[in-house]
Design a protein around this ligand. Structure first.
Ligand code: SF4
Length: 438
């Protein structure tokens, strides 16, 4: 560590999109000679990248700011909560600066004001692919900012603005750099991945010696040629999503779709104003599986949305049993300040929300357990996330890091993070698989 370099302590809260913002800020600061430190105490400045999506996330963000103020006192706040600075100033009047999400330049300027950069000749040591907060072998690739949908429970478009897609050439160059730097798995993220390029009318941009359209399918196809695992997150079931399924069947991209359905009942989906809510989703899923039988679908749902009836919940349970989704998360609805859903009335009482949540989890657990059991006896490629003396922890192509399950791999030879090995699956429990490297 350079003794002269100013030190920055960084707290990154929230979703993978916020993590990418954190990576960009850190990359810029590292390029200017700042050092990162894990402790607030002794840092020249602390940056807290906040999440403001739910009240519970806001509380966590305020706690993190409080801790940074107590341990250091020189604190810069950024991220989603920065869009509502009064809440933060009311509690912490001595904060150095507050900036909104994606305001990288303002964060960096605030850091310069608090702790000017030291002249540092080691600039060139910053890796070409930037500084990543994820382990070396996988990386998030953010393809757009903002969202042009208007889901009634969500304030993200208010905080982050409408969809702005990055040109396909830029995204592909970033992906290529990541692969060259040793990344084995790329997780494509945005607020609405299937809408990629709509804002720029699919304008082509230069990639290698040709033009590639800024379009969901074209990007997936080109990413599929880079030689890494490509995983698609936050996709909505629009008809054009059908086009990428053959890429999955051919093994170009992972047979995995993360689709935040949030509900199945048409009444609730309409009240939620969800994108693609009029699509016949079960038919679409059936068709996808005909083309790519091992397609894994992960999703999230909300129960207890205002106006949700017992009939809506019955509909959702039947839908779940039929859809047979591989991995599912479920949240009890929480009102978000400033969201139109608050005006909908007919709130679901907390006891009913709880009961619906338990019913949902029980139904889905039975579905997931059967699907996992069906993998016993198969040989699956597994990417190792953590080495271990006798058992390493990894994931199959059907599981994303952090949110899905793991594969515990027994092996006689040492396995390192980033290795991709074939594993014979020997047993399944409620969430994970266990097997042996072959
Ligand atoms: S798709 Fe809906 S929930 Fe997702 S960010 Fe956009 S408005 Fe919010």
């Amino acid at each position: 560590m350079n003794a002269l370099a100013p030190k920055v302590s960084f707290v990154s809260l929230g979703c993978p999109k916020a993590l990418v913002d954190s990576e960009r800020i850190i990359t810029q600061l590292r390029a200017q000679g700042y050092e990162l430190t894990k402790k607030h105490d002794g840092a020249d400045v602390v940056i807290v990248n906040t999440c403001g999506f739910l009240d519970s996330a806001k509380a966590e963000s305020l706690d993190a700011i409080g801790q940074a103020m107590a341990e250091n006192g020189k604190v810069i706040v950024t991220g989603c909560m920065g869009a509502e600075p009064e809440q933060i100033r009311d509690r912490f009047p001595n904060i150095l600066a507050i900036t909104g999400p994606q305001a990288y330049e303002s964060v960096v300027s605030a850091v310069h004001a608090a702790a000017p950069p030291a002249h540092d000749p080691f600039l060139d040591l910053v890796p070409d692919h930037g500084v990543k907060l994820t382990p070396r072998h996988y990386a998030y690739l953010k393809i757009s900012e903002g969202c042009s949908n208007r889901c009634s429970f969500c304030i993200i478009p208010k905080l982050r603005g409408d969809l702005v897609s990055r040109p396909a050439g830029d995204v592909l160059r970033e992906a290529e750099k990541l692969v060259k730097a040793g990344v084995k798995e790329i997780l494509v993220i945005s607020q609405d991945t299937s809408a990629y390029g709509v804002d720029v009318r699919y304008q082509p941009s230069l990639w290698q010696d040709r033009e590639v359209r800024t379009r969901f399918f074209d990007l997936a196809r080109e990413l599929g040629d880079l030689g890494a695992w490509i995983r698609l997150h936050y996709v909505y079931p629009y008809p054009h999503v059908d086009e990428v399924i053959p890429l999955m069947a051919e093994g170009k991209i992972l047979p995995y779709l993360d689709i935040p359905f949030q509900h199945a009942s048409p009444n609730v989906l309409k009240a939620m104003r969800r994108p693609a809510h009029q699509e016949k989703t079960l038919d679409r899923i059936r068709k996808w599986r005909e083309i790519c039988p091992d397609l894994a679908i992960r999703s999230t749902f909300i129960v207890g949305f205002p106006g949700e009836t017992e009939e809506d919940v019955d509909f959702l349970m039947d839908w779940l049993k039929e859809a047979k989704l591989d991995r599912v998360g479920c949240f009890r609805y929480e009102p978000v300040k400033g969201a139109p859903a608050n005006e909908l009335g007919a709130p679901v009482p907390p006891e009913a929300k709880d009961a619906r949540w338990h019913r949902f989890m029980k139904t889905q657990q039975e579905v997931s357990a059967k699907l996992l059991k069906a993998k016993v006896g198969k040989r699956l490629p597994v990417i190792i996330d953590e080495s271990g003396s006798t058992v390493a922890k990894g994931r199959s192509r059907y599981d994303a890091p952090e949110i899905d399950g793991n594969v515990y791999v027994a092996s006689r030879r040492p396995l390192r993070a980033g290795d991709i090995v074939t594993v014979k699956i020997e047993r399944a429990d409620a969430y994970d698989l266990h097997g042996i490297a072959v």
